[in-house]
Design a protein. Structure first.
Length: 168
């Protein structure tokens, strides 16, 4: 049986923002990834700059950074953080076998503070993926997302975490 305790509940069992005032400030970093699946023709048009709304990956990159910065406005119990860095990267995959064309979104978020940036990294990936959909939905309404999750984090009391198994 796990002894992990959920910390976002008060003594009455109601939601609360965790008190981090007694925690030591440390350098913290989190990396998250996610996949955006699409038609091969959609990926080709993105790569060739043939999407009417503009440079899809450039806009998604900015949107991902903005998403990380807005995380506490979207997720009720997240603390506002002084984020020191957010970097968004993309890797494209041509269709292979049963796998459709895809873009892998990777976000790295950093801060020095009393709580981690895992939620900011995952939010950055999610917002970048949604932006890719928004910019391409006119030509491919079947775009989907998956395998969004935390890959690694460092800093803080709990130390380093690295995902050992692949995202589903």
């Amino acid at each position: 049986m796990s002894t992990d305790k959920l910390t976002h509940f008060n003594t009455e069992g109601r939601a609360r923002m965790v008190d981090v005032s007694g925690k030591t400030e440390t350098h913290r970093e989190a990396v998250a990834t996610g996949m955006v699946f699409m038609k091969a023709a959609t990926l080709s048009r993105i790569q060739e700059g043939q999407i009417a709304k503009g440079d899809v990956l450039a806009v998604a990159q900015v949107a991902g950074v903005m998403g990380a910065k807005k995380t506490p406005d979207l997720i009720p119990m997240c603390h506002p953080l002084l984020i020191t860095s957010v970097d968004i990267g993309f890797q494209t995959f041509q269709p292979e076998g049963d796998r459709p064309a895809a873009i892998k979104v990777t976000a790295t978020a950093k801060t020095s503070g009393q709580t981690g940036v895992e939620m900011e990294a995952v939010t950055a990936v999610s917002v970048a993926a949604l932006t890719i959909y928004d910019m391409c939905k006119a030509i491919d309404k079947g775009i989907s997302f998956g395998q969004i999750g935390l890959i690694s984090k460092s800093g803080g009391k709990s130390g380093t975490y690295t995902r050992l198994e692949p995202l589903p």
